[in-house]
Design a protein around this ligand. Sequence first.
Ligand SMILES: NC(=O)c1ccc[n+]([C@@H]2O[C@H](COP(=O)([O-])OP(=O)(O)OC[C@H]3O[C@@H](n4cnc5c(N)ncnc54)[C@H](O)[C@@H]3O)[C@@H](O)[C@H]2O)c1
Length: 364
Amino acid sequence: MGKQLGVGIVGSGFIAQVHFDAFQFVKDARVVASADVDQKRGKAFQKKNSPKHFFSDHRKLAEMDEVDVVTLGVPNYLHASFAIDILNRGKHVICEKPLCMTLEEADAIIAAMKRNRREVFYAEELCFAPKFVQMKRVVDAGAVGRPYLVKEWEKHAGPYSPWFWKRETAGGGIMMDMGCHAIEFCRWFAGKPKVKSVFAHCGLYLHKKITRLDDNIIVIMEFDDGSIANVEASWALKGGMDSVAECYGTDGVIYADLLRGMGIRCFSEKGFGPNPAEMQGWRYHEYDWNWENGYPHEMMHFADCIRTGKKPIEGAEDGKVVLEIMLAAYHSAGTGQRVSLPFRPKGVKYPVDLWLKPQPGLRG
Ligand SMILES: NC(=O)c1ccc[n+]([C@@H]2O[C@H](COP(=O)([O-])OP(=O)(O)OC[C@H]3O[C@@H](n4cnc5c(N)ncnc54)[C@H](O)[C@@H]3O)[C@@H](O)[C@H]2O)c1
């Protein structure tokens, strides 16, 4: 690897742009290539952001000498095969959440990572968001005594791309989209203790006309020290996005609002801009969105790990644990039972099936 870290981005949708913007903060790193099977979309991304090279096949991008690490901004069902293709070409991978769709895929990613001696970074940016990092520092310093409950919720009114709504491309609904964020936040915040059991409710409330997938979930995780986490995620929240954390301890409590707590509150009777209806009423206008969400910090950390060989804060094993918890949560919601971990059912192609077609006798 040369002095400058060469970055390739696969996909040119929402998160690809976020990754590109985040890498502008990383010293001695440069996005040199992008790839997308959709040539029109991919070329528009290249024109806007000017990486030098464009490919319609991610494998060609990974074969470039200039590329050291490839970020994956593609639908969930492609994560595993793309990550393995890239690892097999000797490059590191930054994989968006969820890591993949099945535990078998997670094992194959980890095996390819070990075989090729390359790293898979799990892009859970909430563990890098400055406000949440500070919240954890305060709690770790003893401010609230012994924490017994951590809560995190991730909610908005639903995603923008059709693939999110289908089990074949997403693996599940809000659980696989935003539930995985909240689950990993709580695990990271608590210091990654073992999860003993999972109890969950899934529902479909707002989007029955377009999907069968879950659009609202509540998950309770019990850690092995007896403390608990309460995760909520929703595609059924009107009025903007919520990303909120709370921690309750024997001597105190702490609250952090990632997006609405930036200090700007605006009431607009008529709204404004291209979609005035979306801007009416009370709005909490965000600024420095990319920075506040921790994407640059995440990429700086991953780049540092590549240079120094340091173990990442979030890696493929973490993504696998999150997937196991989501499988347990869907199984719990489907059967009404509390599910003990380890829970590693074989042959579950789409995690949401454990809720849609409950299997009470299934053992992990
Ligand atoms: N961490 C976060 O905050 C966050 C936010 C949004 C999405 N995500 C994750 O990022 C991933 C992508 O989501 P998105 O919102 O950017 O989706 P998107 O629909 O906006 O973009 C997906 C992109 O993938 C491309 N693509 C599809 N098939 C491809 C293929 N075979 N080869 C190359 N490119 C292909 C599409 O053309 C498109 O450009 C998902 O896994 C999602 O869960 C993470």
